[in-house]
Design a protein around this ligand. Structure first.
Ligand code: GLN
Length: 458
């Protein structure tokens, strides 16, 4: 199937949005106290924004006559539901289920980084940071970028510190994409991409990575590029599949971007989590590509500090200007003491990353082997702290149905992958599990799955 294009703004009747709308009811709790079931709590009845006087009026008849709306959210966001990660983490807490859904470690970040943050607060590093980053952190990011890619960059001109990689992506899109520009995504794709592209008024095309290898479909990608293509948003190692794009695949992307004068937005937050001989290659390191690439990363995954929300974008000055202008008016600056601590974290020696990889490889093996013993077909990919598995041996109609059963009857939370596609049908047979948990938690989850799931005999 060729890439599918959808018009911007996204149609609110697209299958994805019907799917997202259907999730709350599927997952709604019998408990009346549950606030999980979206829609979000309706705001107090207000008058329409188009009749502001009614809201100010003290005349009860006039107020009562004003149209009631569930929410006054802007059109570009109204079709998006509560994020799947928020929903599933709430469900996990509500049902006492083991949360292998939202990707965050259930263990703490390193003591030396936390101590650096505490010291920075105590030393009074508590006022606004320089907008594009505390100088020590910009330098540490540039040094790590050079160590990883071999490219020497200017920490002041090429590095922008953001509030997590999510803000870096938002700033790159809002700062560099015009309404109507086409942006290509690799499906399944992380949920914030579509929302921020909708905010920017972009036209989204997606090209699907399919199991079992999730290889880049080169011909489909070639066909997806057009004279209106502004950028391709690449995420390798890839959430949710764990696919690590090969150098040959990245060369193909580079060739298309050069031929069409398009940019690469590269989300590399899982770059240090690659296993089994895989190699992470930054698109920026492909010859000729630095000038058209925004490389984005963060502290969260590599230092088990997802709540700190410290991220960054590396790009040549002509692209950095757009990113910084968006960043300046989105958040202005990122938390000052955490930036100082992030600079300390990034000075870690290579052994830190080697040990992280060893720890995660062991966790991955516990989960993957356990899921296979239970009867899942697990797609053994090379990166991230996620694995995607085929749930169809258990006889459920869809990923959403399967995840609902899992949380209610098994006590384990996974993420249905259909929410990561423009056409949810494409993700219907797969669910995502994270192994960013201590080993005992992973063993407990596997034990629950073994106790409650049986493959159907055909
Ligand atoms: N990146 C995390 C995941 O994929 C989720 C982060 C979030 O909830 N925004 O699970």
């Amino acid at each position: 199937m060729l890439s599918r294009a959808i018009a911007a703004p996204l149609s609110s009747s697209s299958p994805l949005h019907r799917m997202l709308r259907s999730l709350p009811s599927l997952f709604s709790s019998p408990s009346p106290s549950s606030s999980l079931a979206s829609p979000p709590p309706p705001p107090p009845p207000r008058s329409s924004r188009s009749t502001p006087m009614a809201a100010l009026s003290s005349d009860p008849a006039q107020v009562a006559a004003a149209p009631r709306r569930r929410s006054q959210i802007a059109k570009r966001l109204e079709k998006f539901e509560t994020t799947i990660f928020t929903k599933m983490s709430l469900l996990a807490a509500e049902h006492g289920a083991i949360n292998l859904g939202q990707g965050f470690p259930n263990f703490d970040g390193p003591g030396f980084v936390k101590d650096a943050a505490i010291a920075a607060v105590a030393e009074g590093k508590n006022q606004y940071a320089r907008g594009h980053g505390v100088p020590q952190l910009n330098s540490a990011i540039a040094a790590r970028f050079e160590a990883d890619t071999g490219l020497a960059i200017d920490p002041d001109a090429d590095v922008t510190v953001t509030s997590g990689c999510t803000e870096a992506i938002a700033a790159a899109v809002l700062g560099l994409v015009d309404p109507g520009d086409e942006v290509i995504l690799l499906a399944p794709f992380y949920d914030s991409y579509l929302a921020v592209l909708s905010m920017a008024g972009a036209t989204v095309k997606s090209v699907t990575l399919r199991p079992p290898e999730f290889a880049l479909p080169l011909e489909e990608l070639t066909a997806a590029f057009s004279p209106r293509t502004r950028a391709i948003l690449v995420n390798s190692p890839h959430n949710p599949t764990g696919k690590v794009l090969s150098r040959a695949e990245l060369n193909h992307i580079a060739g298309l971007c050069q031929a069409h004068d398009a940019l690469v937005f590269s989300d590399e937050v899982y770059d240090k989590l690659v296993f089994g001989g895989e190699e992470h290659v930054s698109p920026a390191s492909i010859p000729g590509m630095y000038q058209r690439t925004v490389t984005m990363n963060s502290l969260g995954k590599t230092f088990s500090l997802t709540g700190w929300k410290v991220g960054w974008a590396v790009a040549p000055p002509a692209l950095t200007w757009g990113i910084r202008q968006a960043h300046a008016y989105l958040t202005f600056a990122t938390a000052t003491p955490l930036q100082h601590a992030a600079a300390v974290a990034l000075a870690s020696p290579p052994e830190y990353y080697a040990e992280l990889r060893r720890d995660y490889a062991a966790k991955k093996e516990i989960l993957v082997a356990g899921l296979e013993e239970v009867g899942f077909t697990v797609y053994r990919t090379g990166g991230t702290y996620f694995v995607v598995a085929d749930h169809t041996p258990f006889g459920f109609g869809s990923d959403v149905e399967f995840c609902e059963h899992l949380v209610r009857e098994v006590g384990v939370v996974a993420i249905p992958t259909s929410v990561f596609y423009l056409d949810p049908e494409e993700g219907r047979s797969m669910v995502r599990f994270t192994f960013a948990k201590d080993e005992q938690t992973l063993r407990d989850a596997v034990a629950r799955l073994k106790a409650h799931l049986r493959p159907c005999r055909h």
